[in-house]
Design a protein around this ligand. Structure first.
Ligand code: SF4
Length: 75
């Protein structure tokens, strides 16, 4: 299990994370910012998630691609 955090207010909706790793990230329909997909949210918080190990690589790739470096992956 890895922990995902998105500093959502800093998101510029560049589409990179949810394009690279749609299992973990999605565009929130209310504010257009990146969110953790519903199934992996912690306490329903769109900024915080716990994802299984087999999604670590794609989550990390998405984090590395973020132009404003607001995605954090903690193993
Ligand atoms: S990669 Fe970063 S800036 Fe781009 S949509 Fe995802 S969180 Fe937002």
């Amino acid at each position: 299990m890895v922990k995902i955090t998105i500093d959502r207010p800093g998101c510029i909706s560049c589409e990179s994370c949810w394009t690279l790793c749609p299992d973990v990230f999605e565009q929130d329909s209310n504010d257009d910012l990146s969110s953790v997909t519903e199934q992996y949210r912690v306490d329903g918080n769109p900024a915080e998630g716990e994802v299984p190990d087999d999604l670590t690589d794609c989550a990390q790739e998405a984090a590395d691609s973020c132009p404003v470096t607001i995605i954090f992956v903690e193993e």
